[in-house]
Design a protein around this ligand. Structure first.
Ligand SMILES: O=C(COP(=O)(O)O)[C@@H](O)[C@H](O)[C@H](O)COP(=O)(O)O
Length: 441
């Protein structure tokens, strides 16, 4: 009964589900024509829309602390701590019990381990979040592995058993989900990798919605490479076109999703850096070309930018009204100073929580377009060293033990521009006569 599964949508109102649309009658000259909008819905549709709106609320964004154990280990190692469950719990407790966090943070993405953990006093982390009006979220992907048949690219695992896992996460209090896959510009990207990324995201989004979780759709276009900003724009347009094509094919309710794109920047090794205004212009141009206004929120990742740079770029994007809530879902750009301040010492917890509030407030102001970098400390202006861009790529492929490290490195050097050099080397080598092995040319 597909038709019974359709609900009415008022395209201009935020409280449209199941209500008579004030925009249902549209004037056309002297006559009026009845316009009806329908979307496919699950039993959770109202709730999904409400959750997405809560997360995309003015002056607030997402704190991403869903690092897998392998990635969290790298963060802890940067301050000399071992990667034990106790240390991970202590660090997450520091973050999730920061007083007043909910003023700037509307959602927190957790790793599965954290979703089921409590404070040392026995209060569930999900309850700490609820008390601050922060929506608990959960990373549901199972990490990246090599994609056979591609140019050393990767694909994201996790669809097997996702429906039952999602139902359990919902019971535990999660109300949104995150699935992050990556696209590498220096590695192509190949049509196969883009299609695989888009299809995986769309299947995950449909399954999440079916289980009451708002899916965050994140095809991260990695910053690595020496390409100009126009090349990033071209790839981002291609990727998002494909993502929306498959989201539609899978009957995903656009009003009940959030996006987590990378900003459109030049490759990290490109000779020219782009200003915040240029990055904002390119990023918004790309989004306006590809993302329907039905989507409630765009929550950017920071991708290895410095804390201040990520905030400046977000601020530049909010200088004029956008069709969607444009905000942040940062991990490194919210946590870098926090980690350095904490150093694993209980007597530094309060100072570290204050530094989290400083960053959260700065990004809240940037969401409202009112941020100024004046008075920012030097540490926050530094690029993020705990995960260099290359190790970012590797950590993405990990999650577990990083078996594919070397293949990813190879890919970095096997780029179109190196192919003529390779041919030249082969040609020169062909003049070396190896008796009995190869005939002289
Ligand atoms: O998407 C994200 C954005 O992080 P970022 O702002 O770029 O530091 C994060 O949520 C990462 O996905 C998170 O750090 C998990 O990383 P892995 O453990 O999957 O490598």
């Amino acid at each position: 009964m597909a038709c019974a599964n359709l609900v009415k949508l008022n395209a201009a109102s935020s409280s449209w589900i199941g209500q008579k649309s004030p925009f249902g009658q549209r004037s056309q000259g002297s006559s009026t024509r009845r316009v009806s909008f329908s979307i496919r819905a699950s039993s959770y549709t109202d709730e999904l829309v409400q959750t997405a709106k809560t997360i995309a609320s003015p002056g607030r964004g997402i704190l991403a602390i869903d690092e897998s154990n392998a990635t969290c280990g790298k963060r802890l190692a940067s301050i000399g701590l071992d990667n034990t469950e106790t240390n991970r719990q202590a660090y997450r407790q520091l973050l999730l019990t920061t007083p007043g966090l909910g003023e700037y943070i509307s959602g927190a993405i957790l790793f599965e381990e954290t979703l089921y953990q409590s404070t040392t006093d026995g209060k569930k982390f999900v309850d700490c979040l609820r008390d601050e009006n922060i929506v608990p979220g959960i990373k549901v992907d199972k990490g990246l592995v090599p994609l056979p048949g591609s140019n050393n690219e990767s694909w994201c695992q996790g669809l097997d058993g996702l429906a039952s896992r999602s139902a359990e996460y919902y019971k535990q209090g999660a109300r949104f989900a995150k699935w992050r896959t990556v696209v590498s510009i220096p590695c192509g990207p190949s049509a196969l990798a883009v299609k695989e990324a888009a299809w995986g995201l769309a299947r995950y989004a449909a399954i999440s919605q079916d289980n009451g979780l708002v899916p965050i759709v994140e095809p991260e276009i990695l910053l690595d490479g020496d390409h100009p900003i126009d090349r990033t724009l071209e790839v981002a347009e291609k990727v998002w076109a494909e993502v929306f094509y498959y989201l539609a094919e899978n009957n995903v309710v656009f009003e009940g999703i959030l996006l987590k794109p990378s900003m459109v920047t030049p490759g990290a090794e490109h000779k020219e850096k782009a200003s915040a205004d240029t990055i904002a212009k390119y990023t918004l141009t790309m989004l306006k070309r590809r993302v329907p206004p039905a989507v409630p929120g765009i929550m950017f990742l920071s991708g290895g930018q410095s804390e201040v740079q990520a905030t400046l770029n977000l601020n530049a994007m909010n200088q004029s009204p956008n069709p969607w809530h444009v905000s942040f879902s940062y991990a490194r750009a919210l946590q870098n100073t926090v980690l350095k301040t904490w150093q694993g010492r209980p007597d530094n917890v309060e100072a570290a929580q204050k530094s989290l509030l400083v960053r959260a407030k700065a990004n809240s102001l940037a969401q409202l377009g009112r941020y100024s970098a004046e008075g920012e400390n030097e540490e926050a202006k530094k690029g993020i060293k705990t995960s260099s861009l290359n190790s970012t790529v590797l950590s993405r492929h990990t999650a577990r033990e990083q078996p594919e490290e070397s293949s990813i490195r190879t890919c970095k050097y096997f780029q179109p521009k190196t192919i003529p050099l390779f041919h030249l080397a082969c040609y020169l080598l062909s003049f070396i006569h190896l008796p009995g092995k190869f005939p002289k040319p």
